[in-house]
Design a protein around this ligand. Structure first.
Ligand SMILES: Cc1cc2nc3c(=O)[nH]c(=O)nc-3n(C[C@H](O)[C@H](O)[C@H](O)COP(=O)(O)O)c2cc1C
Length: 190
């Protein structure tokens, strides 16, 4: 899919999580321009409760090594064929954005901040989609691993909530059917 102007509806309905990338790198400036638009996410008190660590271009190899080292303990029993397959999850994305949120001590603010950062992430995914760039929000087990946090310079009181993989792709996966509104919406008083 190449760049085209999409209506909001088209972008929401047609975007799919891309889990198979084709290896073409995503340009850092392109990703930064997507992020600069995505910041218009609603967020309570204009706290803008997010910061990102991104890896594009010449940083990709270092990130791939880090992710491989973190994931390898989980892969110990895999056949070499499956191991190669797993590795492509880290080597084929064209860029990475790790999304970090503050962990407010107050529960309401913490929930609001997570919600706002989630909207911000969806904005990134939709804006990227319009540019023909796929993405997938991933939450691998190592997001809270001290080694990973240290590599990203995550501070105490912060949490990494997403590994957003971005990149170009050759195929759009078919979306799983969603429930229709009549199945989960009830009228007040019913
Ligand atoms: C909070 C969150 C965490 C997710 N974590 C993962 C993940 O760890 N691995 C993965 O393959 N997909 C992950 N996904 C992507 C979902 O699998 C995907 O959004 C879902 O299957 C719906 O597909 P669609 O995005 O194409 O509509 C995550 C999505 C969200 C919103």
């Amino acid at each position: 899919m190449s760049e085209q102007i999409l209506s909001v509806r088209e972008a929401i309905i047609n975007r799919r999580s891309i889990k198979k990338f084709n290896g073409k790198p995503v340009n850092r400036e392109e990703l930064m321009s997507i992020i600069d638009d995505a910041i218009w996410a609603p967020n309570h008190g204009n706290r803008e409760p997010w910061r990102l660590v991104i890896a594009c271009d010449e940083d990709l190899v270092a990130v791939q090594h880090l992710l491989r080292d973190l994931a390898i303990p989980k892969w110990q029993d895999l056949s070499s064929e499956d191991l190669v397959k797993q590795m492509t999850k880290f080597t084929l994305p064209g860029g990475f954005a790790f999304v970090i949120v503050p962990e407010d001590a107050r529960q309401k603010e913490r929930l609001e901040d997570y919600a706002a950062a989630s909207i911000f992430i969806q904005n990134i995914q939709l804006l990227a989609w319009e540019k023909g760039i796929g993405s997938c929000w991933k939450t691998p087990g190592f997001l809270d691993n001290p080694k990973f946090r240290e590599a990203l310079k995550v501070q105490p009181g912060e949490r990494v909530i997403a590994m957003l993989q971005v990149g170009y792709f050759d195929e759009v996966p078919k979306g799983k059917e969603r429930k229709k509104s009549a199945q989960f919406v009830t009228n007040f008083g019913e």
